[in-house]
Design a binder for this molecule. Structure first.
Ligand code: NI
Length: 149
C-alpha cells in the first residue's frame, strides 16, 4: 500500500458548538437617534436573545501516528470550558468581561472568540496546529467569519 502521508497533507477540521445569549446593540457614545438608525429593533432597551451556532476550524497537517489533525474530544472540552461556560445563558452586554465596552455585534463576538481560543490553543499551535476560522451564525440566515487577519 502506498504511503498517502508520505507528503504532508494539510487538513481542516471543524467542530460546531451552540450557546444561547442575550444582547442589546446600543452604543452609549451615540445618540438615541443614531442608535435607532444603526441598530433598529436590535437597540431596544431590554435586549433580545439569539441561539448562536459557532463553527471552529483548526488547520494543520495530519499526524502520521494518529491519522488525526487534533483530537476532537480535546477540542470539545476546550470549547466547553472557554466558550460555552463563558457565554451560555449570559447577557453579553453585562456578564462577559471580554465584551465590556464593546457593542456585542456578531463581528465583535467573532473576534473575541478568536482571541480567547488563540491564547488557549497556544500550546497546540507549537505542534503545528492552528486556529484557522471562527464562524458565528447569529440566525439561520446571517453569519460572520473571522480568519484572524
Ligand atoms: Ni441581535
Amino acid at each position: 500500500m502506498n504511503d498517502i502521508l508520505e507528503k504532508p497533507r494539510k487538513i481542516y477540521v471543524t467542530r460546531k458548538i451552540e450557546f444561547n445569549a442575550a444582547h442589546r446593540l446600543f452604543n452609549p457614545e451615540l445618540s438615541d437617534e443614531e442608535n435607532r438608525q444603526f441598530y433598529g429593533k436590535c437597540s431596544g432597551e431590554f435586549g433580545h436573545g439569539h441561539n448562536y451556532l459557532l463553527e471552529i476550524t483548526l488547520s494543520g497537517f495530519i499526524d502520521r501516528k494518529t491519522g488525526y489533525l487534533f483530537d476532537l474530544k480535546a477540542l470539545k472540552q476546550i470549547l466547553e470550558e472557554e466558550i460555552v461556560s463563558r457565554f451560555d445563558h449570559r447577557h453579553l452586554n453585562h456578564e462577559v468581561g471580554e465584551l465590556a465596552g464593546h457593542v456585542p455585534t456578531t463581528e465583535i463576538l467573532a473576534v473575541i472568540v478568536w482571541e480567547i481560543l488563540e491564547s488557549r490553543l497556544q500550546a497546540i499551535t507549537k505542534q503545528g496546529v492552528s486556529l484557522h476560522e471562527v464562524t458565528i451564525h447569529e440566525t439561520g440566515k446571517n453569519s460572520v467569519t473571522y480568519l484572524g487577519e
